[in-house]
Design a binder for this molecule. Structure first.
Ligand code: NAD
Length: 256
């Protein structure tokens, strides 16, 4: 019997990458999964895991309401929410467009807060549940020229603690993972488009004590653990899944 047999699990940004691996992992453990994404490929991802797909823009308030309503109806219950969808807008405070800054904050920070509130009302009907936010090492430390993403993930880290306190009386635990560089389509594309892809890959690998990129499945396993009863006394925790990147304050780019 799977860890999540018959449970209702909502995963955002599940058309590809880490979100898709998370949806697969929950389905493997017997969960009924509702996937949400902007990308229509989410439909194939859902079909692969026998799940339900809602194409939606989580930057829009009404789409968030529609996702949770339709998912709750399709699955019959909501036990777990994974806030994984995110976007970015490179640039410093001097260069980022204000409209893009607002969009990043809306998708990466406001949407997880609003979805948590919507899902918590459904979870309360079943006596509790779990929320896992996919933050980033960039929510713990900042990267140059990435002000909007850094701020959104830093906000998500403290939102996780805030939700943990506020939802504990409803029997809902809230935690986050903070991944290092993970070999997803997005990251592999960025490496391929760089000036010297081989060098870039090596540099990125060298940011981690384990000297490699992480795999989407490795993030998914951490999410599964935090959402499961095995983590029954863990709430408000931020778990780095970063191959040791944040274990050192002087790793960046240098062999240790
Ligand atoms: P990705 O860009 O491939 O996946 C994110 C998914 O979210 C995409 O399918 C995208 O279509 C969807 N999405 C974006 N905006 C959306 C919106 N407004 N509405 C609905 N869906 C939307 O990224 P990934 O690499 O798989 O990353 C997944 C999560 O992990 C993100 O939260 C990201 O910040 C985080 N993360 C990734 C890495 C990494 O190295 N890949 C590192 C740290 C944190």
């Amino acid at each position: 019997m799977g860890l999540f047999e018959g449970k209702g699990v909502l995963v955002t940004g599940a058309a590809r990458g880490i979100g898709r691996a998370i949806a697969r992992a929950f389905a493997r453990e017997g969960a009924l999964v509702a996937l949400c994404d902007l990308r229509p490929e989410g439909r194939e991802a859902a079909a692969e895991v026998g799940g339900f797909f809602v194409q939606a823009d989580l930057g829009e308030e009404r789409d968030r309401v529609r996702f949770v309503e339709e998912a709750a109806w399709a699955l019959g219950r909501v036990d777990v929410l994974v806030n994984n969808a995110a976007t970015g807008a490179p640039g410093s405070a001097l260069t980022v467009k204000l409209s893009e800054w607002r969009r990043v904050l809306e998708v990466n920070l406001t949407a997880p807060m609003h979805l948590a509130a919507l899902a918590a009302r459904e979870m309360a009907k079943a006596g509790g549940g779990a929320i896992v936010n996919v933050a980033s090492v960039q929510g713990l430390f900042a990267e140059q020229e990435n002000a909007a993403y850094n701020a959104s993930k830093g906000g998500l880290v403290n939102l996780t603690r805030s939700l943990a306190l506020d939802l504990a009386p409803l029997g809902i635990r809230v935690n986050a993972v903070a991944p290092g560089a993970i070999a997803t389509e997005a990251v592999l594309e960025a490496i391929a488009l760089s000036e010297d892809p081989e060098r870039t890959r090596r540099d990125w690998e060298d940011l981690h004590a384990l000297r490699r990129l992480g795999r989407p499945e490795e993030v998914a396993e951490a999410v599964l653990f935090l959402a499961s009863e095995r983590a029954g006394f863990i709430t408000g925790a931020i778990l780095p899944v970063d191959g040791g990147m944040t274990a050192s304050f002087m790793m960046a780019g240098r062999p240790v």
